[in-house]
Design a binder for this molecule. Structure first.
Ligand code: ZN
Length: 221
């Protein structure tokens, strides 16, 4: 495995920040990006990812894994289910939780990296400030890294630069890394609107992060 990095690029602000983090850490020529077409209702995410990779001038591949909608039950891949801010009374999770999504993304990303001898994966998951998605927690990612290293017999490392950052700190990091111009192309809104709806939980969280950091969201300019 070599010292290059593959960034899981969703088209959102966190993965975009991670893309610039990886460029800073591994060098521009050693970074590429991978985007999953997982049947998300908001196809705009894919357009955003392609545009962000172009602005950052890194290669991007879109990998189709269109299986989640067939599993059913989540609001991100199922047209009939509206995004709700209320939490499920049994699981304590919002209905935007897609079970196993990050586990599957990172496992496919590792397989993609393995075939290209890429030694580092970068993902924008964070356990702070979020909806409590269990597949974003540090413990989950550590376990998955161990499983990947054992299961592929390869020294692939998973980096989570945003794991312990608040949204405010993530915006500050993006600013420091020069990621704000790409941030204008990112997509966050759970309702798939551009310009963003401003009301959904994802829009609210994003707005609060920028406000607290004292930075104007380039998406709104
Ligand atoms: Zn929204």
């Amino acid at each position: 495995m070599n010292n290059s990095a593959l960034v899981v690029l969703s088209g959102g602000q966190d993965s975009t920040t991670c893309l610039y983090w990886a460029i800073d850490k591994f060098g521009h020529e050693n970074v590429s990006s991978l985007t999953f077409d997982y049947g998300q209702r908001h196809r705009i995410e894919l357009t955003s990812a392609v545009e962000i990779a172009q602005v950052a001038d890194v290669p991007n591949v879109i990998l189709p894994i269109d299986t989640f909608a067939a599993l059913g039950g989540d609001a991100l891949t199922t047209e009939e289910i509206a995004v709700e801010s209320a939490l499920d009374t049994e699981t304590g999770l919002p209905n935007t939780f897609v079970p196993g999504r990050n586990l599957i993304f990172l496992t496919f990303a590792a397989a993609f990296a393995y075939q290209r001898n890429i030694g580092h994966l970068v993902t924008g998951v964070a356990q702070t400030d979020y909806s409590g998605y269990p597949d974003c927690r540090e413990e989950t990612i550590h376990s998955l890294q161990t499983a990947i290293q054992n299961g592929m017999d390869a020294a692939i490392q998973i980096h989570t630069p945003l794991m312990h950052l608040s949204k405010k700190e993530t915006v500050e990091l993006a600013d420091r890394l020069g990621a704000l111009s790409a941030m204008a192309m990112t997509h966050t809104c759970y309702n798939g609107q551009r310009p963003p709806c401003g009301n959904c939980p994802a829009c609210a969280l994003r707005a609060r992060g920028f406000a607290e950091a004292g930075v104007v969201d380039p998406l709104l300019l």
